[in-house]
Write a protein that binds this ligand. Sequence first.
Ligand code: CP
Ligand code: NVA
Length: 310
Amino acid sequence: MKHFLSLAHLTPAEMQHILDLSLSIKQEWKAGNAPPYLKNKVLGMIFQKPSLRTRVSFDVAMLQLGGNGLYLSPNEIQLGKRESTADVARVISRYVDVIMARVFAHADVVELAKYATVPVINGLSDYSHPCQGMADFLTILEHKGGFQGKKLTYLGDGNNVATSLLLGAALLGMNFTIAAPRGYEVHPATWALGQQLAAQTGAHLAATYDPLAAAADADVLYTDTWTSMGQEEESEQRRKIFPPYRVDESKLRCAKPDVIVMHCLPAHRGEEITDAVADGPHSALFDQAENRLHAQKGILVWALEAENCK
Ligand code: CP
Ligand code: NVA
């Protein structure tokens, strides 16, 4: 079963394969000759949290691939409350060909995968956001032509998005630097995992508390919200701590002249990113949002590849 729960579960070759697949399906779609790779397949989409990009891009991806997406809101399934996560996985697997789940606790998506008899895709958990990571590396590939010797700098919270970027960069041999405030660093176990993956590809991973030093010579400057979904009670405290990590003109000046700026969105303009940068000439924010659609087509086709060969 090809689950897609964390980029760390992929080999460098699998990561590259999904990227190649995403890019070729994107090109076929733009040229108007994309085959219906997932004809009559159904994706069940379980959401415990709100979403714009994930919900719409998965739904449209299935439609454009010849299949269907089924949106299941937080109120319908009530994962682990109305019935056990294991039973949800067993039942939904009898109806659909692939499951996507956006959950609070990563353990819930792991539990779904344990009991599902179809592939499970992580559509964001408190630990990682691998679909976002795949779209982000597709965007970097298109803008920068490759990963080796390039520097991706992340400023802000060492959260789910930072984790997927760190692991993806390690797999692709891209240099990765994070500047997060003290107490908000990437979890040490994630860091160790990233170092293990980086040893296979030669990627250099670095962490600092100094946002300007991190931004120096960056090819890509990335940020995300200071307060992730589920942490709302901490937002006031975080607004006091994070301002030095805002992506603004001062960080752009330290980066390479052709730096691209990325953000997974939704953006809190004026907090982690200024309007001038988000809407400025370096911004790749909306290419990145579009690439959720194309990257997820790659992930879906990859997850169901064995199915298609039966
Ligand atoms: N970037 C992202 O996952 O956006 P949504 O929360 O809107 O799905
Ligand atoms: N880190 C953010 C990403 C939203 C797409 C969150 O988890 O809320």
